[in-house]
Design a protein around this ligand. Structure first.
Ligand code: SF4
Length: 325
């Protein structure tokens, strides 16, 4: 088994709001091994994006802050390195992709300037060599007419093309880890598949590890080796992609899969998870999923479930499988 390149332990992230403190991440642990593609999946509002931001220490502060845990990257806790060191790791070793490339691309600069600057910063190339490197990268991502794309401003490109440019910038530093937060959510289905295939191809070629954050189980099934399912800022089940898709244990994972399969098969009796993600300002006691869970028992309403090992590398946090109830 490959050693983890990223090991997050008991991470906690909070935000101040006008109504009180909101705990977006509540003791989350996960690991990404070398050259592995790991999915972090859950509904909107479960804390996924806060995990993505925390890895690169980009939680906006105020109102947010990391209040506990460790983020070990190659064994070193990123929460205790200097900001200077963090700047060299961010973008240099850990690259990030976002749902909306326009939040990352500068709208008043041509692609050539942005890409060549990134290459110059990370590869030490300058002038024409950086520009050649930029065109080469776009060609590697199968972008047609790279010389035309490079002379465009971001607003002149389609959403899919902007996401490709962002991927080119992300991999230009040959990162050890890529964190992609909903990279295909804003795109139509055909383009989604193209971007996913490019992501997969790029991380395989570069031997990069990928943490893919998404609400879409179809995306997870397509490219992930292992999956963490998150609910209310905590991992409630994790396993390899076969364990999660063929033998899901947690009622929430089963509900997510039920909804996804029903939509895919156009079933009329759509299986959806009843209710909504709780307000994280006042999360439920006990198992956070209990107000929505069809298997809820009394213990679930007042005690946090134990984390149980179901099979090697397959864990679940649910009282249904405990011998202590
Ligand atoms: Fe449902 Fe209880 Fe399991 Fe939570 S711990 S998922 S409420 S059965």
């Amino acid at each position: 088994m490959q050693p983890p390149i990223l090991n997050i332990r008991d991470l906690e992230v909070e935000y101040d709001t006008s109504k009180g403190q909101l705990k977006a991440v509540a003791g989350l642990s996960l690991e990404v091994r070398q050259r592995e593609v790991v999915g972090l999946v859950g509904e909107s509002g479960c804390g996924k994006s806060s995990v993505a931001l925390a890895i690169n220490r980009l939680i906006p502060s105020p109102p947010g802050r990391i209040t506990g845990g460790q983020i070990l990257y190659k064994g070193r806790d990123l929460l205790s390195v200097s900001e200077r060191k963090m700047r060299s790791i961010r973008g240099g070793e850990i690259a990030q992709m976002f749902q909306d490339p326009m939040t990352y691309l500068n709208p008043v600069m041509k692609v050539r300037t942005q890409l060549a600057e990134t290459i110059a910063a990370h590869q030490g190339l300058s002038g024409p060599r950086a520009l050649d490197g930029a065109i080469e990268l776009l060609e590697r991502l199968h972008i047609p007419s790279p010389s035309r794309i490079i002379e465009s401003y971001p607003h002149e490109l389609s959403g899919g093309m902007r996401q490709r440019v962002l991927l080119a910038m992300a991999i230009s530093c040959n990162p050890s880890l890529l964190v992609a937060d909903e990279p295909t959510t804003a795109l139509d289905v055909t383009i989604q598949m193209q971007i996913l295939n490019l992501l997969k191809e790029s991380v395989t070629d570069l031997q990069t590890s990928l943490l893919l954050i998404t609400h879409d189980l179809g995306v997870v099934a397509e490219i992930c080796d292992r999956v963490y399912v998150i609910y209310c800022g905590k991992v409630i089940e994790h396993g390899n992609v076969y364990q999660i898709f063929e033998n899901p244990q947690h009622p929430y994972t089963r509900g997510l899969l039920g909804s996804a399969l029903s939509i895919a098969e156009f079933k009329e009796d759509l299986v959806a998870i009843e209710g909504a993600v709780p307000n994280m300002l006042s999360p439920p006691l006990g198992c956070a999923f209990h107000p929505r869970c069809p298997s809820c028992m009394y213990v679930c309403t007042n005690r946090l479930p134990e984390i149980l090992q179901m099979e090697p590398d397959h864990q679940v946090a649910c009282w249904l499988f405990s011998n202590h109830v």
